[in-house]
Design a protein around this ligand. Structure first.
Ligand code: DOR
Ligand code: ZN
Length: 441
């Protein structure tokens, strides 16, 4: 047992769950339990206490990423639970939700148990998202009741989407019976087929097949109609109102649909990735390594990026999630139309959020913490993290002033597929404190 207490002093304590934004200090006992929080003053150190001065730094609840791919089981050459967790910790995350598109797909309690078993000793909590359909083929529903009894909180066929509307209707109803969150990767496969980037003048100029932006919003419109109808008629006597979450939202049309659905009182939330609010389709023109600009959904047009930023500003967008999607070098350094979709994101998320949103006065730092921590936890139905005596310390330390350059060698992730290498960012996560252990600089 660890007996040394830690005191974080002179920190800017930010905790949106408690409306807290104040200078203060926190004492954590040797078992990782908070024993004192003091605002406006320093906690006096006792003999043997380790004092860490956080002058100019933020002490926030541990960040939570709603959308990650750790590739284990089956594609460990891209990422493992261990390397993914190390990347998460380096990015300030104490928890992540793992998408089920592994090999095999996590579509049964067996897969859930595998991840639980292999993650118990990791510094980061891994929440398993169960597939909605067997092998995510959109044909047969997975065992949602079993998931629920294994503590699974959400279902998704991420990477694909249920194309059959009747199957989607059944999935939403079935999920609502167990109060499972439906996380949708919204993509009409017939519209997107063969496309690798946003369909636009730029895709025409580059000679790449485009994905029309309505491929996303049409699916969301369909799902929201199902949701509204199921809510109205309480079909099959569902115990809970359906909850629906749009993953990696990327167009103005989609944001408008979510805004209206929220105004109508539906239980709808959505997330955006740092790359979708930072980059746009025109960035492909000059990109030397075009593979690192290929992802699903594709990088938006400038106008759609503006709409995402407006959604972050006005509260329509609830969370920032990375869609951390590791791929090996040979899967990205190839002709763009052969590249695997997706980029890594855990280690650049805080830097991009502060550089692109906070430094440009689009949002304030407490709102950034809300988007990266308290809202994602609430969306998934996790307990809020409180800064109070007797609570487990689950924290991240952020230096909002630190300027740093993203370098190939600086990653903990097993993969390097990111367009941000070489970019200078302001704001960096310095570490996490979770499970009684400090991991970081
Ligand atoms: O770009 C993406 N990559 N989008 C997805 O939906 C899946 C992900 C992956 O698994 O690589
Ligand atoms: Zn996805």
């Amino acid at each position: 047992m660890n007996t040394m207490s830690i005191i974080f002093q002179n920190a800017r304590l930010i905790n949106p769950s408690e409306n807290l934004d104040a200078k203060g200090s926190m004492r954590i006992d040797g078992n990782g339990i908070i024993d004192q929080v003091l605002t406006g003053a320093d906690i006096p150190a006792k003999e043997g206490d380790r004092v860490i001065n956080l002058e100019g730094k933020v002490l926030a609840p541990g960040l939570f990423d709603l959308h990650c791919h750790f590739r284990e089981p089956g594609q460990e050459y891209k990422e493992t639970l261990e390397t993914g967790a190390a990347a998460a910790a380096a990015g300030g995350f104490t928890g992540v939700a793992l998408m089920p598109n592994t090999r095999p797909v996590i579509d049964s309690p067996l897969g859930v148990a595998y991840i639980r078993h292999h993650s118990a000793d990791l510094p980061v909590d891994l929440e398993v998202v169960g597939a909605m359909t067997v092998e995510s083929r959109g044909e047969t529903l997975a065992p949602f009741g079993k998931y629920s009894s294994y503590g699974v909180k959400a279902v998704s066929d991420d990477g694909t989407a249920i194309q059959n509307t009747q199957m989607m209707r059944l999935a939403i109803e079935y999920a609502s019976n167990f109060d499972l969150l439906v996380m949708q990767h919204a993509e009409d496969k017939y519209l997107s087929a063969g496309g690798i980037m946003n369909e636009s003048a730029t895709s025409a100029m580059l000679g790449f097949k485009g994905i029309p932006e309505v491929a996303e919003s049409i699916m969301i419109a369909r799902d929201l109609q199902l949701l509204a109808w199921l809510k109205k008629h309480k079909l099959n006597g569902a115990l809970h109102e359906p909850r629906y979450h749009v993953a990696h939202i990327s167009t103005a049309g989609s944001v408008d649909l979510v805004r209206k659905a929220k105004a109508e009182g539906l239980k709808v939330t959505c997330e955006v990735t740092p790359h979708h609010f930072t980059l746009c389709d025109e960035d492909l023109i000059l990109a030397a390594e075009k593979g690192n600009y290929i992802m699903k959904p594709p990088l938006p047009s400038k106008e759609n990026r503006e709409a995402l930023i407006e959604g972050l500003r006005d509260g329509t967008i609830d969370a920032i999630a990375t869609d951390h999607a590791p791929h090996a070098k040979h899967e990205k350094e190839c002709p763009p139309d052969q590249a695997a979709f997706g980029i890594i994101g855990l280690e650049t998320s805080v830097g991009l959020t502060i550089t692109e949103l906070v430094e440009r006065n689009i949002i304030a730092l407490p709102r950034a913490v809300e988007l990266l921590s308290s809202n994602p936890r609430r969306i998934l139905g996790l307990e809020p993290i409180l800064f109070a005596a007797g609570r487990k310390a689950n924290l991240c330390i952020i230096d909002p002033e630190r300027c740093w350059t993203v370098e190939n060698d600086s990653f903990r992730s097993k993969s390097r597929n990111t367009p941000f290498i070489g970019r200078t960012l302001k704001g960096k996560a310095l570490g996490i404190y979770h499970k009684g252990i400090f991991t970081g600089e």
